[in-house]
Design a protein around this ligand. Structure first.
Ligand SMILES: O=C(O)CCC(=O)C(=O)O
Length: 338
């Protein structure tokens, strides 16, 4: 399918989703306030009852908002994702509805079919090989600890952090993923992020602020960086500079599960290699969509729709939740409200 056909398919599908809700345009202070988290017994608010996590792991996630599971994805699977990524870079795989992003330091006119041109692939739900990541039993076994048994894969990415050009544009500012997310409640959403190689501070590991998942969604804006900022790389301006930070040094196959309100980012890549990670945001199938108009997330919707309008001709007044609903895939149990 070429990009025009893909866009047509998306337009048709979105047509079936109806018009934006009548609440569009009503001003809400923040989207955090639109939909408070549902009630959970106070002892465990962020994890579900099952026998996968030890009490220590469960308490760790409850307290810190993230949990690293070592050596979770096999070398063979990582190699398959890497091979597919390389085929995409060489132009051997049709992009279907995947979205390719490149670093702001690469001139628009420059085009060489290589991994140099792709800093991130988003929306690989229709790529059988990459989407296998979201269906791996070892990943879903842990996802279920946070979402419960009915699981939707909501947003996928393969991140290929390029060697930094010296402008530090490969950094990812501190942010909360919920800023980009149009469904709730937060406590039934989790991101799984798997290192595709050894990742440390040299090649730009993840940096997390433990415990920040207990706060609310903060206002985000583009950071004022001299060297430029990548599209959609919003950051939090008013976090506590003295908050302890943890740099997650990970080996190939290690996977971190984290809460959508956890403040995190990643450093610049000081090496000559392309640092790779694959990830997916999962949610419980009984979550619900929210309307982000009138909230601090409205800017994401506007900017994202301008982008997909330019790329695929999707009408600009399409909402983030319509796109999310179209992209969402059931990976375990039953599709309920998402
Ligand atoms: O892999 C990274 O560099 C961080 C990515 C990230 O935090 C994001 O895309 O939200």
């Amino acid at each position: 399918m070429n990009q025009c056909q893909a866009a047509a398919r998306l337009r048709v599908a979105l047509g079936h989703l109806g018009q934006p809700s009548a609440r569009a345009g009503v001003a809400y202070p923040t989207s955090g306030a639109v939909s408070p988290n549902s009630f959970h017994p106070p002892q465990f608010q962020y994890t579900r009852d099952n026998d996968v996590l030890s009490l220590e792991q469960r308490n760790f996630y409850e307290e810190n908002g993230f949990l690293v599971i070592k050596n979770l994805v096999s070398d063979a699977d990582i190699q398959r994702f890497r091979d597919q990524f390389e085929r995409i870079c060489r132009g051997e795989v049709k992009l279907e509805q995947m979205m390719i992003m490149r670093d702001v330091s690469i001139a628009k006119s420059e085009y060489i079919p290589s991994e140099r041109m792709i800093s991130k692939i988003q929306y690989f739900e229709d790529d059988k090989e990459l989407f296998r990541y979201c269906t791996l039993p070892e990943i879903l076994k842990y996802v279920e600890c946070f979402t419960g048994p009915n699981i939707m894969a909501m947003h996928t990415m393969l991140i290929n952090k390029p060697p930094d050009s010296g402008k530090k544009t490969s950094r990812h500012p501190l942010h909360q993923d919920e800023h980009y997310i149009s469904f709730r409640p937060s406590n039934k959403i989790v991101c799984a992020w798997t290192a595709m190689e050894h990742i440390d501070r040299n090649n730009g590991c993840l940096c997390v602020l433990p415990g920040t998942h207990k706060g609310s969604l903060k206002p985000h804006d583009y950071p004022n960086w001299e060297g430029g900022v990548n599209l959609m790389f919003y950051g939090i301006q008013d976090y506590d500079e003295n908050s302890p930070r943890v740099h997650l040094v990970m080996e190939k196959g290690d996977t971190v599960f984290f809460h959508p309100l956890l403040i995190h980012g990643s450093g610049w890549n000081k090496t000559q290699g392309y640092r790779k990670a694959i990830c997916c945001h999962f949610a419980s199938a009984d979550c619900h969509y929210i309307d982000v108009k009138g909230t601090s997330q409205e800017i994401v919707e506007r900017e994202f729709m301008e982008l997909v309008h330019r790329l695929y001709g999707i009408p600009k007044d399409t909402s983030l939740k319509e796109v999310s609903r179209y992209r969402a895939r059931l990976v375990k149990g039953q599709r309920i409200s998402l």
